[in-house]
Design a protein around this ligand. Sequence first.
Ligand SMILES: NC(=O)c1ccc[n+]([C@@H]2O[C@H](COP(=O)([O-])OP(=O)(O)OC[C@H]3O[C@@H](n4cnc5c(N)ncnc54)[C@H](OP(=O)(O)O)[C@@H]3O)[C@@H](O)[C@H]2O)c1
Length: 288
Amino acid sequence: MTTKTDDDHSDTTVLVLGGTGKTGRRLVPLLQDHGASVRAASRRGPVRFDWDRPNTWERALEGADAVYLVDAQDRPGQWDAEGCIRAFADLAVDQGVRRMVLLQARVTERVGGKSLIAGERAVQECGAEWTVLRPNWFFQNFDEGVFLDCLLAGELPLPAGEGREPFVDAEDVAAVAAAALLQDGHAGETYELSGPRALTFGEAITSIAHATNRDIRYSPVGHQDYVDELVCYDVAADYALFLAELVAQIRDNKNSAPTDTVRRVLGREPRDFEDYVKDAASRGVWDL
Ligand SMILES: NC(=O)c1ccc[n+]([C@@H]2O[C@H](COP(=O)([O-])OP(=O)(O)OC[C@H]3O[C@@H](n4cnc5c(N)ncnc54)[C@H](OP(=O)(O)O)[C@@H]3O)[C@@H](O)[C@H]2O)c1
C-alpha cells in the first residue's frame, strides 16, 4: 500500500491562467514538482482560455480543484474586470474549484481609469478559499516584458523621475502562488510581494549596463511628453495614459516600501535584482 505524504499533491489539478506569461509559466513546473496535474491555459496555451470568449471557460476548468487566476486588465480598451472575474469565479466554484489564488498588483489606486485590484471582491465572494497576491513590478519586465526593446536600443525613457520601486522576481511570485495553491494556511490572506530593495530606474539600468558592458541609460521624461511619444508610435491613447499613470505610481513612491511577505511565506529571502541581472545577462538577453 502507498501512503500519501503532505507534499504529494497527485490528487490535485490546478488550472493556471496566463500559463504562458511571466508568473504562470514559472508556476507550472513548481506545481508539477509537487505531483499536481496542471492545466496551463491562455489564448495560445496548451489549454485554450480566452477572457473575451466565455465559451472557452467551462472546458478549461474541466477537472480543476484549484485555479491560479491571472486577469487581462493590463491592456488597451475597456474590460469589465470585476464582472468578468465574478462570472468566471462563480462558474469555477460550480464546477468544483475549492481554492483560488488571484494575481493582482500592489497598485491600489485607479490608473488610466482602471483598477488593478478589481477582481478581489469577486474572488473573495465566490465561495472558494481565496488568496490574493499583490506584487510590485516584476524584474522580468526588463528582459521579457515592456522595457526590453528600449534596453536593446540603449535608452529607457520613462516618467518615473527618481522614484523607487522594490521590483520583485516573477519566480518568487510564482513560488508564493504555488504555496498558496498547494498548502493550507493561506486562505483569506492578501500578500503584498516585493523584492528586498527599492531601486530607482537609474540604479536598475546602471546595474544592467555594468553587467552587459553596454551604454544603456535611463532618461526621466515628463508625464505628457511620454504619453505623446507613445501615441506617436501608434500606441492607443487610453493605453498610453494607463502606462503613464502606472509609472507615476513609481515616480510618487506609492509602493516603495519593501515587504517581508516572501520571507514569511517561503522561509527564505526574495531574490535580489543584482542576482537576476547577472543571470539574465549571462543568458545574453540584452546582447545586440
Ligand atoms: N508585469 C508586472 O510587472 C506586473 C506587476 C504586478 C502585477 N502584474 C499583474 O500580472 C498580470 C499579468 O501581467 P503581465 O504583464 O506580467 O503579463 P504576463 O503574465 O506576462 O502575460 C499575460 C498572460 O495572460 C494571457 N492573456 C492575455 N490576454 C488574455 C486573454 N484575453 N485571455 C486569456 N489569457 C490572456 C497571455 O497569454 P496569451 O497571449 O497566450 O493569451 C499571458 O499568458 C496582470 O494582471 C498585471 O496587472 C504584473
